[in-house]
Design a protein around this ligand. Sequence first.
Ligand code: FES
Length: 208
Amino acid sequence: MLFICAGSGITPGYAVLRHMLAQPQLADIAFFYRTPTPELTIFQQPLAATGKVDFSYSRQGDADQTLAEQLAVYGDILERDIYLCGPEPFKNAVLKFLADIYYDFDRLELEQFAPPSAAASQARQLDEDVTVHLKSQNLSFVISAQNTQQTILEAAEAQGVEMPHGCRTGMCGSCRTNIVSGEVTGSQLGKTIYPCSAFAASRELVLQ
Ligand code: FES
């Protein structure tokens, strides 16, 4: 496991770290925490006491190092499950770094502070109908070209097709699935998509 946290994004990371350290069988844990200074570090002492946390200070010491340079020290990063939480610009920088090194996003857990936008403006206007195949349910449905402003979940429901869901805002992960082939816009991380806030963007779309 590799935790990558910044600022108040430490709160879920610290809770999970404490839980993991209390287990009889200790997991292989690496922990990166970006914070302004030692004085402005949340849980500074208990985190330091675990001996597991690599602190990175944005206002001193490491200020000149890029995030990519700092994360490059985790030489086995591609083999680790990553837990990411922090301010939006930090998360986006980490996601870009992970995409650049071809990290498998199926292994990423990401904490969101706010729902990702599922604005219809993210939808791509298509000239042709879209056929969506749901492999796990062994069924297909069609989204007409006029309805590609609907999220994939909305389009499925309009056809009487049930898909797992919860919050409908991209927060809970209940609808999470993988793209086998095709393209979407909206809420996507690597092959992982959230149909409640993603839109079909190719004539054919195969989902797990
Ligand atoms: S239904 Fe909650 S993330 Fe899609």
